[in-house]
Design a binder for this molecule. Structure first.
Ligand code: SF4
Length: 424
């Protein structure tokens, strides 16, 4: 039976392929991918050149509202062009938000399809106001998932960096760290215990000026390789700043990352081992009462790409079994990592495939994104949705492991699931 399930449930698909026509994909568009990375950058005007719906869609980024302006294109602009409207909106936005150091102008499907010459408007406004205006060429249709939006956003961020003198003390940048549920603060606190300062978190806590000076760091810590690996490589090539892949999800990864970072800065072993021992001891004592509820429980993961492996490892450390992991826009490295927690790994599952997996694998809990959460709910299966709101999490570091375990416990034990099951 098991071998049959292995081939029939969530059949493995390679990463980076287009969605099959007719399949109900949960992927977001290229524009949303760009908003995901650039949206929270402060000291910048974010102007969406498109229909107002795109701005609404790109307003919430990683569970938090991010300020956004729009040209609110209508039928007239589609027929006669919206350059003048864009110019006026850009001037107005930069005038109202006078503290902004520059602007990002996002192309959407509408402005992309009519071939709007946004670059010349950006150049004209930039020359007149004396501030850079970056064109984010991200019409929703210009790629088959949000990952293209991530990639082009990091290229634009790179263009903002200026050569500066390196800091004398240990300073790092967090790259591909998105401050979901306040995770940046937890990571900063742990690094501060080792005497390491964080200059900027891309783009969890990022301002235009901090990005401009990020070459002062002596090490880049890469969190999400899917979005940030090329950027880290480019920083190494241009500014000579090395990078290392780290993860602060789960006990093993957090402790291993702290040891790696400490070794890079020649921080005494006793110092880092003390931080690790304290963190692990505190977290294990908090988690202990809930552990008995986790053993033997089955979990299904359907998430972006980067969290598949890390979140799976956290579940395993708590005693759960990961029955399958599916990414929305997978990447090979992330799939390889996910194979360390389950033998069933796939990409871009359609609605029917997820439904089949729920019926046949009968997980006790599903970890998935906001869009996919309702199907398990209808089956009466507990769901932890991502990105988690501030009331849940952060899930990074030792504190994060306690929060994660607590949320799992609360979710698995919530009486509402019994009522839903009884209804089926
Ligand atoms: S697919 Fe196109 S129209 Fe829809 S949100 Fe993305 S950019 Fe806007």
């Amino acid at each position: 039976m098991l071998s049959t399930l292995k081939t029939e449930v969530l059949p493995p698909k390679s990463c980076g392929l287009k969605t099959e026509p007719g399949s109900m994909s949960q992927r977001s568009c290229v524009y949303f991918g760009a908003r995901y990375v650039l949206g929270p950058i402060k000291e910048a005007v974010h102007l969406v050149h498109g229909a107002v719906g795109c701005s609404y869609y790109g307003k919430m980024v990683r569970g938090t509202p991010a300020p956004v302006w729009t040209t609110n294109m209508d039928e007239e602009n589609v027929i006669f062009g919206g350059r003048e409207k864009l110019k006026k909106a850009l001037f107005q936005a930069l005038q109202i938000d006078s503290s902004a150091k520059g602007a990002f102008v996002y192309l959407t499907c509408v402005s992309g399809l009519i071939g709007e010459d946004v670059t010349s408007v950006a150049q004209e406004v930039s020359e007149k106001v004396g501030k850079p205006v970056k064109v984010v060429s991200c019409p929703g249709f210009s790629g088959f998932s949000q990952s293209k939006g991530h990639e082009l956003s990091y290229k634009l961020i790179f263009e903002l960096i200026k050569p500066v003198e390196q800091a004398k003390e240990p300073v790092v940048n967090l790259i591909g760290e998105y401050n979901v549920g306040g995770e940046t603060k937890v990571i900063k606190e742990l690094l501060e215990k080792l005497g390491i300062k964080v200059h900027v978190s891309l783009t969890g806590e990022a301002t235009w000026s901090k990005i401009e000076t990020m070459a002062k760091a002596s090490l880049n810590l890469m969190f999400c390789g899917a979005t940030a690996e090329n950027f880290c490589r480019e920083m190494k090539r241009t500014f000579g700043i090395p990078f290392m892949k780290v993860s602060f999800y789960g006990f093993k990864s957090t402790s291993a990352s702290l040891r790696k970072i400490a070794a890079f800065f020649d921080i005494p072993e006793e110092k880092v081992e003390k931080v690790i021992a304290e963190g692990e001891k505190w977290a294990l004592s908090k988690i202990f009462p809930w552990r008995k509820y986790f053993y033997g429980k089955k979990a299904l993961i359907v998430l972006g790409t980067y969290r598949l492996g890390p979140q799976g490892k956290m579940l395993k450390e708590l005693g759960l079994e990961v029955v399958a992991a599916a990414s929305i826009f997978g990447r090979l490295d992330d799939h390889v990592e996910a194979y360390s927690v389950t033998s069933r790994v796939t990409d871009d599952p359609g609605d029917c495939e997820v439904e089949e997996a729920l019926k046949l694998l009968r997980p006790d809990i599903v970890l998935t994104n906001a869009r996919d959460q309702w199907r398990p709910v209808k089956f009466g299966i507990p769901v932890l949705s991502f990105p988690q709101p501030k009331e849940r999490g952060p899930y990074a570091g030792y504190k994060g492991m306690v929060n994660f375990a607590h949320d799992l416990y609360r979710c698995l034990r919530a009486p509402v699931w019994q009522l839903l099951r009884a209804e089926l």
